[in-house]
Design a protein around this ligand. Structure first.
Ligand SMILES: Nc1ncnc2c1ncn2[C@@H]1O[C@H](COP(=O)(O)OP(=O)(O)OP(=O)(O)O)[C@@H](O)[C@H]1O
Length: 266
């Protein structure tokens, strides 16, 4: 079979390919038949009501728990085929609540992010030091670099964790609710930072969030977990097909397709 240039380019730019995926616990599926693809340099938000399975899906994509069925491919290779060290070069995981290392200083946490690229005793080469220095600068963290992580505000800690994902230098970054506990301007700040990682630094960014209105404005693609068809597409595409109208009970909130916002029903 001869593959056309267009198809070849599509395969080359595709990073994540999910087919007929079921995730859950002890072989009991919580979310089924998830299908989507993400290209290099795209940002995608996973949304859905409390308890629908957003974190479970993200953890499965990060290989923190096994899938139940279907296929997860990164760079055309099944997730199961990656060794832990190879996977750490493909995926950076940002899970705010589980940071075990809050006693570390910011610069030490960032240095840990280089681990997949350093030797077994974790010696940082000049190049690693330079990446850390540049990232501290780009994320406006220079004045915080000697602070311990437990001394940071939620917004600062979130920026540090994303910076660590950046120094890990992986094509895919997965984040579980990166804007929880933040005020609106810091939520927007984090979303814009992530959009920058995708569009400027060409990382593929996949996050779970309850900030549907921000995601509509700032994400390239969205996956709406609704427990039925779990639609995936551009925010505009999903709006025009009415998927946000059905997300919450209509007698509580109503979606306004013109403004892309939810209104409280009186
Ligand atoms: N370790 C576990 N064992 C069994 N069931 C679990 C476990 N963790 C979560 N669940 C269940 O899986 C379902 C999905 O949970 P999950 O945390 O993925 O949802 P979510 O969409 O991220 O929710 P939220 O928006 O509230 O954070 C829930 O019914 C939850 O009770």
């Amino acid at each position: 079979m001869v593959i056309g240039t267009k198809t070849k380019n599509a395969i080359l730019s595709q990073l994540l390919h999910i087919e007929n995926l079921s995730v859950g616990y002890k072989n009991k599926a919580i979310i089924e038949a998830v299908e989507f693809q993400l290209n290099k340099g795209e940002i995608c938000a996973i949304v859905g009501v409390n308890g629908i399975g957003k974190s479970t899906l993200l953890r499965t994509l990060g290989k923190l728990q096994p899938k139940i069925n279907g296929s997860i491919q990164i760079e055309n290779r099944e997730l199961e085929a990656y060794s832990p060290i190879d996977l750490a070069k493909q995926i950076a995981l940002v899970l705010t609540d589980s940071i075990a290392s809050k006693n570390l200083r910011v610069k030490e946490l960032l240095a840990l992010g280089r681990q997949p690229h350093t030797n077994w005793i974790g010696t940082l080469l000049k190049e690693d030091q330079e990446i850390i220095r540049e990232t501290l600068q780009n994320f406006q963290l220079e004045n915080l670099k000697d602070k311990k992580c437990h001394e940071l505000s939620d917004g600062q800690l979130q920026r540090v964790l994303i910076a660590r994902a950046m120094v890990q230098d992986t094509p895919l970054i997965l984040l579980d609710e990166p804007t929880t506990h933040l005020d609106l301007s810091h939520k927007v700040g984090i979303f814009k930072l992530l959009k920058d990682l995708a569009h400027v630094h060409k990382r593929t960014v996949l996050l779970t969030t309850h900030e549907i209105e921000l995601a509509i404005q700032l994400a390239d693609k969205m996956l709406v977990l609704n427990g039925k068809e779990n639609p995936f597409g551009t925010p505009q595409d999903l709006i025009s097909k009415g998927y946000f109208d059905e997300l919450f009970p209509k007698d509580v909130v109503q979606f306004d397709a013109k403004t892309g916002t939810f209104r409280v029903k009186n």
